[in-house]
Design a protein around this ligand. Structure first.
Ligand code: NA7
Length: 544
């Protein structure tokens, strides 16, 4: 045996697994199943105590889908679709978590998932062609492939106020909510943050809290969710329509059931426009955001029309004109940040036990043992809820010490912004595949997850069949995709506003400046690019 063959045989023996998957949310679960089907020995490491990812962690009151439930579930198994009934058009978090647990049971996934296992580091060893993964408990596990299934919005961030630890009441970040129910009755509650999460939390907590104070730094444009129960008749129709519905999700811009209206805002009369906006405002789900006139997010005048319309709605719904004005965004137009969907959110501000505080005008200075202090006043609370969001897109990667060839840290590689091929591969990080990496198509996320899992599985099958064990994106392919992401992001009004979608999070050092942080093209265009790479025999990758 030659020295190099001996070395590779030794390395082979040293492998604990063919593939390590980080995370047991929807992407990790489905990837595990596909790896198993191709005969691979796979292990999933999951920090939580159960499956579900986003739906495991985000247990805050009022958490629910903004995508239609049936368009969100897995589509890969006909049997699964036959077995499961969603109870509401936009299911609440406990139901989604039950669903994902049922999926784990059905496919016997847990035997390959290690819970309470947070990955601290993953280092590539070029000589041995493997990834060495170290958990926080110090244990080390070696695999040929590393698949990150760590989500897009999974690294929660807290503000950096003075005295954060001094508070004597209960305090939670919404994405680290306790597993036991919290009773708000008679309690003085604060909610900090009014993004999609804050809005869902506020409208739920307001139902029972003794007194609720909301600290809003930037108002968002919210629109009605229009949720309701699914009737038996609808259930039967949904089931019969599954193939057509999933086909539609493949064809729409961002895999939702809704897609932009092909008309421009000013191609119709003022009356027609107003009627269309009314129709959208009365429609369920994200229709008003992703099903609006095609130029809503590119043409300033068009954007102003819909913004003015929604502002009128807010003024109609909020009784106190001063409070209504506080709730109307002035620094960005409708839809240029994520549109939180709501159920009687604006009416919360008509309750006598609810106070809205403008924390841009009077910033929070410190958390105190009994509450918090702003530049203007002291407040006392029993419970503080931080709905302050996530270090999005790259944050979950930054929290793991990932090193590629020559010990290069991924964080360093991405210091000027992420560089990826299709959001799935990174040059110098061979055999690492990202299921929801920055620059992948987002939108109705499970649809993207299913596509990316299948794409990675097909690549691995191709490698298996050809006796290949190393895959790396070429510098050229990474440059081409990263440049494409930048180009299609230019001119979008969404990229002119601070938000997680533009990589801004002032609670994280180094994330103060807006960048083109995510792919903003269509999902079909994304898939076409990925399909082409596969059809051309993966020549954009160095395979060996
Ligand atoms: P978001 O959308 O990032 O919202 C976070 C909110 O918290 C937002 O209102 C922030 O105000 C506010 N925030 C954050 N830090 C502070 C400090 N230090 N002081 C005051 N207010 C603060 O996160 P979500 O969890 O609501 O939603 C994330 C996504 O998850 C959502 O888009 C869905 O797709 C699912 P700001 O706007 O920065 O002024």
């Amino acid at each position: 045996m030659s020295a190099s063959l001996e070395a590779s045989a030794e390395a082979e023996q040293a492998l604990d697994y063919d593939a390590i998957v980080i995370g047991a949310g929807m992407s990790g679960m489905f990837q595990l199943l596909r790896l198993r089907e191709m005969g691979m020995k796979a292990r999933v490491f999951e920090a939580g105590t159960g499956v579900g990812g986003t739906w495991y962690w985000n247990r805050y009151p009022g958490a629910r889908f903004d995508s239609e439930s049936y368009s969100y579930g897995f589509s890969f198994s006909k049997e699964l679709l036959e077995e499961w009934n969603w109870s509401e058009h936009f299911a609440p978090q406990p139901e989604t978590l039950r669903y994902l647990n049922m999926v784990a049971d059905k496919f016997d996934l847990r035997r390959d998932i290690q819970f309470r296992a947070r990955v601290a580091a993953a280092h590539w060893d070029e000589a041995a062609r493997h990834w060495a993964v170290t958990l926080e408990d110090g244990s080390r596990h070696v695999s040929r492939y590393l698949i990150t299934a760590i989500g897009v919005l999974s690294a929660p961030t807290l503000p950096r106020f003075e005295g954060m630890d001094s508070f004597r009441g209960l305090a939670f970040h919404t994405a680290r909510w306790p597993h036991e129910p919290i009773d708000f009755a008679g309690k003085r509650v604060a909610v900090i943050g009014t993004g999609a999460t804050g809005v869902q939390t506020i409208q739920e907590v307001a139902k029972t809290a003794g007194h609720l104070t909301i600290f809003q730094r930037t108002p968002n444009w919210c629109a009605p969710l229009h949720n309701r129960k699914i009737t038996d008749e609808e259930q039967a129709k949904i089931r019969a329509d599954y193939p057509a519905m999933f086909q539609r999700c493949q064809e729409t811009f961002s895999c939702f059931l809704h897609t932009p209206d092909p008309r421009g805002t000013f191609e119709v009369t003022k009356e027609e426009r107003e009627a269309f906006y009314e129709e959208l405002y009365a429609s369920p789900g994200l229709c008003i955001w992703v099903g609006n006139f095609k130029d809503t997010l590119t043409d300033r005048a068009a954007n102003k029309e819909i913004s003015d319309f929604v502002a009128r709605k807010i003024r109609q719904r909020v009784k106190d004109p001063r409070v209504a004005e506080m709730l109307i965004p002035t620094n960005h137009g409708f839809g240029t940040r994520r549109v939180p969907l709501e159920t009687r959110y604006y009416e919360v501000y008509n309750q006598p036990n609810v106070l809205l505080v403008d924390s841009k005008a009077t910033p929070i200075q410190a958390i105190t043992p009994t509450g918090l202090r702003t530049t203007e006043a002291e407040y006392e609370f029993d419970i503080i809820i931080y709905a302050t969001g996530f270090d999005a897109l790259t944050g979950a990667f930054d929290r793991i010490d990932i090193r590629g060839e020559g010990g290069l840290p991924l964080k360093q590689k991405w210091a000027q912004g992420a560089q990826t091929m299709l959001g799935m591969l990174v040059e110098d990080f061979p055999n690492m595949f990202m299921l929801l990496g920055p620059h992948t198509a987002l939108g109705n996320i499970p649809r993207s997850i299913e596509y990316n899992v299948e794409w990675v599985a097909a690549l691995l099958r191709h490698m298996q069949a050809s006796g290949l064990t190393r895959a790396e994106a070429s510098a050229q392919a990474v440059a081409a995709w990263t440049e494409h992401v930048k180009q299609i992001g230019a001119g979008l009004l969404t990229n002119e506003v601070d938000s997680w979608m533009t990589g801004v999070n002032r609670n994280v050092e180094g994330k103060e400046t807006r960048i083109i942080a995510r792919y903003s093209g269509s999902a079909p265009d994304y898939r076409a690019w990925c399909d082409r790479v596969a059809a051309e025999g993966y020549r954009d990758l160095a395979l060996s």
